[in-house]
Design a protein around this ligand. Sequence first.
Ligand code: ATP
Ligand code: MG
Length: 428
Amino acid sequence: MHVNDVLDDSRVDTLVNVRGWVYRSRESGQLIFLVIRDSTNIVQVVVEKGAVTPEEFEMAKKSNIETSIEVEGKVSKEQKAVTGYEIHATKVKVYQFAENFPITKDKSDEFLLDIRHLWLRSREMTAIMKMRETVLDSIRDFMRERGYHEVQPPMFVGGMVEGGSTLFEVPYFGEKAYLTQSSQFYLEAFMYSLESVYTISPSFRAEKSRTRRHLTEYSHYEAEAAWVGNQQMMDLEEDMIIAIAQSLLSSNKGELEIVKRDLNKIKSVEKPFYRYRYEKVIEIGRQKGLQLDDVTDLGEKEERTITEDFDKPIFVYNFPTELKPFYHRPDPQDPSHVMNHDVLAPEGYGEIIGGGERIWNKDELISRMRNDNLNPEDYQWYVDLRSFGSVPHSGFGLGVDRLLTWLAGLDHINKVVPFPRTIRRLKP
Ligand code: ATP
Ligand code: MG
């Protein structure tokens, strides 16, 4: 059975059997105290001389950290034990004694990244992986309920979405292929069939800047929906972020405690979020001492300052057209601005979503491309989508890893990814 099943009053005085890994061990005369962990929790095991065979006692004695082990024993309640219960071993079986485990207390973040294949076993990483799962599950539950279909776009692509500087090129049978930077264009294709679609797929970006929020491979949750406008998309995102925050609170209290998150910071993620036009946010930045031009591409540093004192996410909408890629739809009443939005997470975290209305008129799309010195031929199939019953539509892209970094209150994106990929890290 699993450790969590043992930690219950109904188990007291009954015989249980758990399998797992030695998390801690200590010896005290005739007693050996082992803390055993499995995927669910940790529990203290007491091995007493005489209660097991001499061979078993010797094995327990030799069981160092990460030894794989199985014990059978009787449960008792024990306030002093780490999780409130204790197993008094009657049988001990070792699967493999561990070599000297390299992770001890107070290792640097860098070392823990070098040894990530082992650090995954830590309570912190285990907690984070469980929270990741909750986030992904709740995205899927939410989108299904809203009538969105999940789709699988390709990862090998023939062109760019985000811009050439962050494109990864890979050889492809004598041709050039790229790793996708965003699945947006493909989602737009799916949309003409399924209307409301989303995907949770990797996106790849050759990010050379080392910030606390950039990876070269990240989990990208993207959606597109026909007949939806910019404001409506923001409404959906607001509901979705609240739903994710709520499901973390209800499913992962223990995990949030392990990463030392202040639960009140998640509880305060309620409706309504702040909604400011781009210019208002520039003004907020200036009030906080930032030197900002009227048209500035806000980066990690600026967003950190701007969002520091906020308690809820901020929608920043209608950016200056010149700051945004060609596919954003200019406001017909004010073509110098596009009908888009970013979502900035509070507490200094900054951008987690970029989204908005897409240009759905073919000629307008082509003219915006030419403006940006792009060749419409390079986007042939994307333009082609506007030739057959084009419709108004909007979409967004959310960085799952950034969202979790914020919700879990962590200081770096690489803490929420099992095997983070950055400019300097491809192993383990
Ligand atoms: P930034 O300005 O921070 O580089 P971006 O404007 O390039 O972000 P988008 O192209 O709008 O981001 O991508 C949509 C979302 O994907 C972002 O809001 C963010 O949450 C996430 N994202 C983008 N780049 C990365 C990255 N390198 N690592 C992790 N998440 C990312
Ligand atoms: Mg970027």
